[in-house]
Design a binder for this molecule. Sequence first.
Ligand code: DGJ
Length: 768
Amino acid sequence: MIVFDETRKLFHLKTRHTSYVMDIVDGGWLRHLYWGATLEDWHGAACMPMMDRSFAANPAGTPQDRRFSLDTTAQEYPAHGNSDMREPAVRVASADGARISDLRFISYRIGKGKSHMEGLPSIYVNEDDEAETLDILLRDDLTGLEANLSYSILGDSDAIMRSVRFTNRGKESVTLEQAMSASLDLGGIAGFEALYLPGAWSRERHVERSPLGHYRHVVESRRGASSHQENPFLALLAPDTDETHGQVYAMSLIYSGSFQAFAEVDQFDVTRMAIGLNPFDFSWELAPGEAFQTPEAVLLYTDEGLGQMSRSFHALFRKHLLREPWCDTERPILVNNWEATYFNFDEEKLCHLIDTASDFGMELMVLDDGWFGHRNGDDSSLGDWVEDRAKLPHGLACIADHAKERGIQFGLWFEPEMVSRDSRLYREHSDWVLSAPGRPLTEGRGQYVLDLTRPCVQDYVIEAVASVLKRVSISYVKWDMNRHMTEVYTASLPARRQKETAHRYMLGLYRVLESLHEMFPEVLFESCSGGGGRFDPGMLYYMPQTWASDDSDAVERLAIQYGTSLVYPPQAMGAHVSAVPNHQTGRCEPMATRVLVAMAGTFGYELDITTFSEEERQEVREHIALFKELRSLLFSGELYRLLVPEHHGDAVSWMMVSKDKTHAFLSYVQLLATPNPPHRFLHLQGLDPHRQYRLFERLTTAAEHFPQVPANWPDHSFADGAVFGGDELMRAGIWLPVLMGDYQSFGWELKAVEADEFQEGQEGAGLR
Ligand code: DGJ
């Protein structure tokens, strides 16, 4: 519900469990008052009073009161140059070169629904009844620049979606130099910590937490992609916040390019938090009558810890970001040939992989890099999306047909945004790449970035991909992107507008993706950027899953998938079982552990399945059958993290629980084994405390050839078949079996039982 109190000029947005309050102060500036747990009403008990502070300048015009300065006012969308010395949300240069703006309230509108953001990914609703939107119009009188601040809430979420649309109603051009999607000033959280997801290629989204100080804590990408190095997400947490307790203020940006998020604690311990396009190397000229739309930010508050924050993001993204049909459609079990063959494959090898996959019960075979041009390494042929007849003499259609005959689907890899120096496309269109006059081109992986700001290049990319998808029966596309932007310059813009290039590239990319989505809605697209270099909500809008990392090592994945799961739902996270020794780390984990970790995501295999021994083949068949049984729970259940990598160095554990709490799957992975171990207990989460659950051991490494638990010790199966109370499992916890050997694991299924089954179960398990 969104209400406006005319007398107090006060806006109050109420989501299911939160309130967001702001008002218009004398003079017409928009003030932030409160964001937190639901309030019946706001009476101003926590309102920061106006005080005459030294070195706090008073803005010109009303109210001419020395106690009033924008520098000491909690603002909702602060502009640069008019007395607020903190980092602004918006900075605008007018035609005369002045960089001052003063946005004041003009009008507001509250209405049902949430409008579609033309050309940009965003949270969507199918029916107007699902959402409410508040639009607040601000204007800078001198330049005529208007800013429409948009706030949307949904009936089934605590999220608040914010974005800004600028329109130049003046007579002269203005240039936006900074245009954040959301900004607000929070009192009372100066001792909080920032949580963010930094990383690197193959080490994406490792959770980091650091205390906020009196400085500007910036999380950003300047790479032309959301990047492996950072993620468009920032949360501020009360210092004692953990998975189940504590206040969290989170912001996520639905965008895939260079972004910035920051938290700045000011001199009076007020914290400004903002997220949006990175102002670095950005500007956007607005001629009279033109408009500019910022990407959308998602704001989430909870006082129930990080677990609840994640479940709120997951629910929102599953229902209102991932597009139909993929928001509700379970994903096929795939085998990808990359780590099985790299570039070294032929028709026979692919058919063998397909036959084996089909025999195991897999459902999709994905042909990765190397099928086109004359690509036998990573330095050629990008852009020439035609089969390499040396490897595939009968073409792609023959492979797709073979897959169809074996009852499985066929998927294909592309890297459409790039061109290799050694390619026909580059020879014919060397002017189609991002490049600056007179500057030599920087190469990354032997390739250049196509200039997607240009409609003709966008059309080429759409056509190149579409023509293959029309010609061959393909049900899945892996869309890769393997370098960041350099020479960010386009021949399509005049000199003064060059800082628009990176954002125009993203708009061009989004146009390409939207067109392909419209043409092939049934094709499952997986986004990839050298692994998880563009794991962001923007890409998820067009492609419902992202390959989480090129690091397929199960132990490394525990950290990567933990960080990823803070914001992104499991069905968006590409995860595969890979070979041992692992190709990135050389580590060896038992097969069941690799399976358990991949089951936390979309689940597939990425190793040479044709070389398995008979024993391994049997094991794989069983794992696949198990995944199929659990798939709907894992796809639609809610995630509870029990032991997270950062706090529990010796083990990681998580659960998926069905929404009605009758069914759950618990995963536990030990890292290094401990000799003569102390007793440990695992406290489950998310169950119904009033129900009883029967526990089934479904997956264990004990069966593999690792040192066995001493014969007189209770083993993994100590609780198999037993019935326990949900309250007991969550409050008392369950005794953790001793696991001999590093990287051992188990997966337990829990099913709610009827009351009369309880007695029977206890007796059956010998626990009475
Ligand atoms: C990077 C991806 O992340 C890998 O999975 C693989 O597709 C390679 N590119 C192929 O070049």
